[in-house]
Design a binder for this molecule. Structure first.
Ligand SMILES: C[S@@+](CC[C@H](N)C(=O)[O-])C[C@H]1O[C@@H](n2cnc3c(N)ncnc32)[C@H](O)[C@@H]1O
Length: 287
């Protein structure tokens, strides 16, 4: 029986016919936690819906209300509320042989980015030096560490809560010899790396909105032979190239050349909007 039908049966004595019609069709799960979106008109009934949701999914441990909105510089999930089961928001999510530990009420985790998390790791060549400028809990650094022969991955994160999980995740995945977690603002930390003589084969700039003001810092670690920068953003599909053009404008103004190697749309991000990633080869221009 489908989830909505099961939930409907479980709630038939608690909700009106109209309310039953508005029940969610499905849910997202992370580890043994159910994250469910409940429409505004059923908000008052959220606790009983949570309890019944758990009753029809007895293998799960807990149910949390999930607004689905991610906001602010730290990309924090909004309005995540415990509804039923065991109130323990710290999960260990296993994906593609990587363990991600985090607090679902404080840290975002987009299952829609799974393909991109897997894909980036396949691009990495043995011996590469990588800088992950917006590392979070290790969304990209961990799969690269597990699935590639990168030499070192410098993972920079500014949110102290995410940073603490990043450190734990490095240990959990036994990547202490490859990943160097750095706490701080990547705008400054990446320049400090360049001052130590570190040059990157690959730089990941994975944050929304497109981190245009961080491009000059990223350029400080570009190698003479060229560096691949993975630059992300959210944009209308037909207008996607304008994000690359913006990147190129900044790079050219700092005497770097850019070649757009490839791009991909990771997921839909609201009406007409898409999460896009560019793979850009950047090189210092000879003067
Ligand atoms: C949530 S991740 C996005 C990861 C990836 N795009 C995804 O969706 O799976 C972005 C991270 O960048 C961090 N961040 C934002 N500004 C930063 C800065 N200036 N320096 C370092 N980290 C920063 C945020 O705290 C957040 O953890």
């Amino acid at each position: 029986m489908k989830f909505k039908e099961q939930l409907r049966n479980a709630l038939k004595n608690e909700l009106s016919e109209d309310e039953l019609e508005n029940l969610p069709r499905g849910f997202q799960s992370i580890s043994k936690v159910i994250l469910i979106k409940i429409p505004q008109e059923l908000y008052e009934k959220r606790k009983i819906i949570g309890m019944k949701c758990l009753a029809v999914n007895p293998k799960m441990d807990a149910v949390y209300l999930y607004g689905g909105k991610i906001s602010g510089k730290f990309r924090t999930p909004e309005n995540v509320e415990f509804l039923a089961g065991k109130d323990d928001p710290i999960v260990i999510h296993r994906e593609h042989d990587v363990l991600y530990k985090f607090d679902i009420t404080k840290i975002m985790f987009s299952k829609g980015n799974l393909k991109e998390r897997k894909h980036l790791a396949t691009l990495v060549q043995p011996g590469e030096v990588i800088i992950d400028m917006f590392a979070g809990i290790g969304y990209f650094s961990l799969p690269i560490g597990v699935h590639s022969e990168a030499k070192s991955i410098y993972s920079i994160e500014l949110n102290p809560i995410a940073f603490a999980f990043l450190q734990e995740n490095v240990e959990l995945n036994r990547l202490g010899s490859k990943i160097v977690p750095i706490f701080g603002d990547c705008k400054e930390e990446v320049v400090k790396l360049s001052e130590k003589g570190i040059e990157a084969d690959r730089i990941i700039m994975g944050v929304f909105p497109a981190p245009i003001e961080y491009i000059p810092s990223a350029l400080s670690c570009v190698k003479d032979s060229g560096t691949i920068i993975h630059y992300e953003g959210v944009i209308e599909r037909e207008n996607y190239k304008s994000l690359f053009d913006e990147f190129e404008k900044v790079a050219v103004s700092k005497n770097f050349s850019c070649q757009l190697k490839s791009h991909r749309f990771v997921k839909s991000y609201g009406p007409k909007l898409y999460h896009v990633v560019f793979d850009i080869i950047v090189q210092k221009t000879r003067s």
